[in-house]
Design a protein around this ligand. Structure first.
Ligand SMILES: Cc1cc2nc3c(=O)[nH]c(=O)nc-3n(C[C@H](O)[C@H](O)[C@H](O)COP(=O)(O)OP(=O)(O)OC[C@H]3O[C@@H](n4cnc5c(N)ncnc54)[C@H](O)[C@@H]3O)c2cc1C
Length: 338
């Protein structure tokens, strides 16, 4: 029987797996994708996340590749938040695409002895007093795994959460934004433009690519279909007066401010972490603020008891980090063009 199975090799699943291994627990991670996701939702690591990476001695490659940004925006306001006053060795946010963050975390987890099985999708589960039986779909057929604990780190649409019968209450999206990874011939000096037509922000990425994120008065209140490239350029021009000479898009997407938190983070031997446990508007570095903090704390207290089972009250409560993040993330898109 497995000791811990984690569904999902996103940043939270990989970090939790590595943390548990450091405490001697055997961990298998099941990831539905056959290959890592080439697209990056997150671009930013916050100081506390960097401190946690440094605690494990693995911050160096992140710092070597990422771009330190000493100030940030809130709600696309033109006045910047200055991070230099923070009491931390890392008084900046670090721009690093999520795909690269995940590669580095996967290396860390594999070096710690985690078994990572890609192309393995969790489709269901049943549990009794002793173990969880996990249904797994692979390219070679379906099979079942028995494990002492299963952790759902399988994102906002978590199969583990629904199969465990954990509710995900909250509010649907009322505000929508769009984003594109493009090449800019004329990148702006000013990172953000905000006016009565909407807001546009531009972030440099490695490899000469820029991320352009924005909303506009036309699309902000209605879930837009993913705009095609010409429509996206028109939206950027409407707000910024220029499209910055954009071309060669590699990814265009939309996202909203749906805000939900799992009613509890544990049902018997099944636990939730990361986006499976909480979702909100991706402003303020959700991985940094809540996802990455849960694993070290819970992995430590959990594995100190190992192989004793977790006491029933442990990890059923929702965490204060996620609860505190939600209003902050709701506030960011509240300022919107009408
Ligand atoms: C546009 C946008 C920008 C963002 N920017 C930032 C940012 O700058 N900074 C930041 O910190 N956060 C940011 N976020 C949020 C961040 O991307 C998420 O919080 C983060 O990815 C959550 O990590 P996770 O590991 O919990 O889940 P995910 O990253 O969603 O990973 C879940 C994994 O589980 C796998 N999976 C799903 N179902 C199954 C299954 N049934 N069986 C097995 N595997 C499964 C998926 O393939 C995936 O690999 C942003 C989000 C968006 C949408």
């Amino acid at each position: 029987m497995e000791q811990v199975v984690i569904a999902g090799a996103g940043p939270v699943g990989l970090w939790l797996a590595a943390e548990l291994r450091l405490y001697g627990v055997e961990v298998t991670v099941l990831e539905s994708r056959a290959e890592p996701d080439p697209h990056s939702r997150a671009l930013t690591l916050h100081p506390r996340t960097l401190e946690l990476l440094a605690c494990r001695g693995v911050a160096e490659p992140f710092l070597a590749e990422g771009l330190p940004i000493p100030s940030g925006h809130f709600a696309a306001l033109s006045s910047r938040l200055d991070f230099s006053g923070l009491d931390t060795p890392f008084p900046f946010t670090l721009a690093l695409p999520q795909a690269r963050t995940e590669e580095l975390l996967a290396e860390h987890a594999l070096a710690a002895g985690v078994r990572l099985l890609r192309g393995h999708r969790v489709t269901g589960l049943t549990q009794d007093g002793d173990a969880v039986t996990v249904d797994v779909e692979t390219p070679h057929g379906t099979h079942q795994l028995r494990t002492a604990y299963l952790v759902g780190c399988d994102g906002t649409r978590s199969r583990v959460r629904t199969a465990a019968g954990i509710e995900f209450p909250g509010t649907d999206a009322t505000v929508w934004a769009w984003m594109a990874d493009v090449v800019l011939d004329e990148p702006p000096h000013q990172r953000s433009v905000s006016n009565e037509h909407g807001a546009v922000m531009v972030f440099p990425l490695p490899g000469g690519v820029h991320r352009v994120v924005g909303n506009d008065a036309v699309s902000v209140r209605h879930r837009p279909d993913v705009p095609d490239f010409e429509e996206l350029r028109a939206r950027v021009r409407r707000v910024a007066g220029t499209d910055f000479g954009m071309h060669d898009p590699t990814w265009i997407s939309v996202f909203g401010n749906a805000t939900r938190q799992a009613a509890r983070y544990r049902e018997g031997r099944v636990l939730l972490a990361g986006d499976a446990a909480h979702m909100h508007f991706p402003s303020g570095g959700p991985v940094s603020t809540s996802g990455s903090r849960t694993p070290p704390t819970s992995a430590g207290s959990w594995s100190r008891r190992w192989p004793e089972p977790l006491p029933p009250h442990c990890s059923t409560a929702t965490t204060p980090n996620a609860t505190r993040s939600a209003p902050n993330c709701c506030a960011a898109p509240a300022r919107r063009p009408d």
